[in-house]
Design a protein. Structure first.
Lengths: 245, 213
């Protein structure tokens, strides 16, 4: 069976850096699967997902989306098929909440669907009233900004969602609620997701499979059960021990 | 001085108009040219380095010399002055445009790029609004510098307040010199003030602060 997304022997080096930031990355993702990417700060998680929408180009190797090398896909079209939730929310400061969420539709003069907006606001547990919709990013809390970022990425029903610690700035309860909501949504829509986190519990709860990344190399990519039962090496074992207290 | 003003007020007014016109025309040509060059430079680093070097050299030529060098092609008068002033402005404006672009936070650029909208729409709707306060800040510097250098344009018959200054120097007439100096700095101050206000408005818009508070 052809995989939905495949990284084939990817190496990546930042111009300003000596060694490889990513080393021999090989993995494939099935359609509808949610992969959580777990690793310490600086392990290369953000770098790995930025390769998928060509924000970064691999130094060597190739990435295939439904069998097609993404190098051969028009960058704009490729990005339209993907939603990207960036680590620091990255909202546009001069736009309101509403304008941020429907930015793609608005700028490409497509129909703006009020119902879709309401749906996303409720899904992300954000207030749906006019006042909230017309606020600017500086008037939101860090967690609210992240959720608006999530709603923006979801707006166009992406085939592939790239999420970089989307729930990082949330309190435990909101975070838990959103994880549950998101899981339900993902199972319903069958969206394929690459979900970056440094929280073990989040990785285990959300991922169909969990990828453990260390210094730019995959340590293990396995289902949560398998990861717990058969850690591939001492590093993964340590990670599990620490993470579960 | 009062006496000089009361007799020559028409000629003074005319000089003010000429001076503003020189400044306005120079900016009118400078801005689109700098925008165009910036777009080119954005696409080619080597071309950028060469052009920047060239523009720095131009910037270092004293204004009288530059104006004089242009006379064989464009003759005496306003055209030459405007071309010279436009050439001076390029390096300042291009640097400013570059700095304005670099002032956009990296995460905003990544968010904008990952939307998959056209470059033009991205520039127009996301980058330009965020760059605007910095661009106006640069425009303010360029406007003031143009007003200053435009004074020299009188030496090639392009008129402006420099004309009164040159007259004053030739005739040892203190009133003329004073009037010219006061008017030049006064105009610069007024434009400075207006552009500061505009810059503040643009900043409020760019940061989303024009609502509430
Ligand atoms: N633009 C850049 N230029 C040079 N080096 C970079 C750049 N961005 C990241 N790096 C380096 O690449 C490595 C991986 O960075 P990356 O951002 O992918 O880590 P991460 O796993 O997302 O970390 P975090 O959990 O802190 O977000 C780090 O060593 C980092 O310093
Ligand atoms: Mg990161």
């Amino acid at each position: 069976m052809q995989s939905f997304l495949e990284y084939k022997d990817i190496q990546f080096t930042y111009q300003t850096q000596a060694g490889h930031t990513l080393n021999h990355i090989n993995f494939s993702v099935q359609e509808g699967e949610m992969i959580t990417i777990l690793g310490t700060s600086g392990s290369g998680k953000t770098t790995l997902i930025k390769l998928a929408n060509k924000l970064l180009l691999p130094t060597s190797g190739a990435i295939y989306l439904k069998g097609q090398n993404i190098a051969d896909i028009d960058t704009k079209q490729l990005r339209r098929r993907m939603g990207y939730v960036i680590q620091q929310a990255g909202l546009f400061p001069h736009m309101t909440v509403k304008e941020n969420i429907n930015v793609v539709a608005r700028l490409s003069k497509e129909d703006i669907q009020e119902a879709r907006l309401q749906e996303l606001l409720s899904l992300t547990k954000l207030p749906a009233d006019k006042d909230f919709q017309t606020r600017r990013p500086w008037q939101l809390s860090g967690g609210q900004q992240q959720r608006v970022g999530l709603a923006r990425a979801l707006y166009c029903d992406p085939e592939l969602l790239l999420m970089d610690e989307p729930f990082g700035a949330l309190d435990a309860i909101t975070r838990y609620e959103l994880q549950q909501e998101f899981l339900a949504l993902q199972q319903e829509t069958k969206t394929t997701v690459l979900f970056v986190t440094h929280d073990l519990r989040e990785a285990l709860m959300l991922g169909d499979r969990v990828m453990v990344l260390r210094d730019g190399a995959i340590q293990q990519l396995a289902t949560p059960e398998e990861l717990i039962q058969n850690p591939a090496n001492d590093y993964v074992r340590l990670l599990l021990q620490i993470g579960r207290g | 001085m009062i006496q000089y003003i009361s007799i020559h007020y028409m000629s003074i007014l005319q000089a003010i108009v000429e001076h503003l016109r020189l400044t306005a025309f120079s900016l009118l040509f400078s801005i689109p040219l700098a925008a165009l060059l910036s777009l080119l430079l954005f696409h080619s680093k080597t071309l950028g380095a060469i052009l920047t070097g060239f523009l720095v050299v131009i910037y270092c030529i004293p204004s009288i010399a530059l104006f004089t060098m242009l006379i064989p092609w464009f003759g005496l008068g306003e055209t030459t002055a405007v071309i010279g002033l436009t050439a001076y402005n390029q390096i300042l404006l291009i640097r400013n445009i570059k700095a304005s672009y670099e002032a956009i936070p990296q995460q905003i650029k990544e968010a904008a790029e990952s939307l998959g909208i056209s470059n033009r729409k991205c520039l127009q709707n996301i980058y330009l609004p965020l760059m605007l306060p910095y661009l106006i800040g640069g425009l303010r510097i360029v406007t003031i510098s143009t007003m200053g250098i435009a004074t020299m344009a009188a030496l090639i018959n392009a008129g402006g307040l420099g004309r009164i200054l040159v007259e004053g120097m030739r005739m040892f007439s203190m009133p003329r010199i004073l009037v010219a100096v006061i008017l030049i700095s006064g105009l610069a101050l007024i434009l400075n003030f207006i552009l500061i206000k505009l810059e503040r408005l643009a900043r409020r818009y760019a940061t989303g602060h024009e609502v509430a508070s």
